[in-house]
Design a protein around this ligand. Structure first.
Ligand code: TYC
Length: 103
């Protein structure tokens, strides 16, 4: 090796490849107009919840202002939010859900 040669250090720190997709939370928000039974129906039909789980999630949003419905990939979260809000819009209710990335 001459004096002008630069010794290149091999890169020792390489980013580990994680093919873990970023997860998204579907959040259900309370409002004063959507009937409780309608919210439970949405949770059963769109999110495949049982009556009991749907009722529990609906009551959490009703009492606390919001509730996490499910954690899943961005695609699924956004599709389900749209599906649920389309049903609500069609029925004339202001039911609101969002898909938010997990910290
Ligand atoms: N607060 C509504 C009512 O009393 C019921 C409701 C619950 C609406 C949860 C939205 O995400 C919700 N009729």
């Amino acid at each position: 090796m001459s004096d002008n040669d630069i010794a290149l250090k091999p890169k020792t720190k390489s980013k580990p490849k994680l093919d873990r997709p970023k997860l998204y939370k579907v959040i259900l928000f309370n409002d004063d107009y959507t009937p409780r039974e309608f919210v439970v129906m949405i949770l059963k039909v769109v999110f495949r919840m049982s009556e009991e789980t749907g009722y529990r999630v609906m009551m959490t949003a009703h009492k606390m202002g919001s509730s996490v419905v499910v954690v899943c990939t961005k695609d699924i979260a956004e599709t389900k939010v749209k599906e649920a809000m389309d049903y609500a819009k069609e029925a004339g209710f202001p039911l609101m859900l969002t898909a938010e990335p997990e910290e």
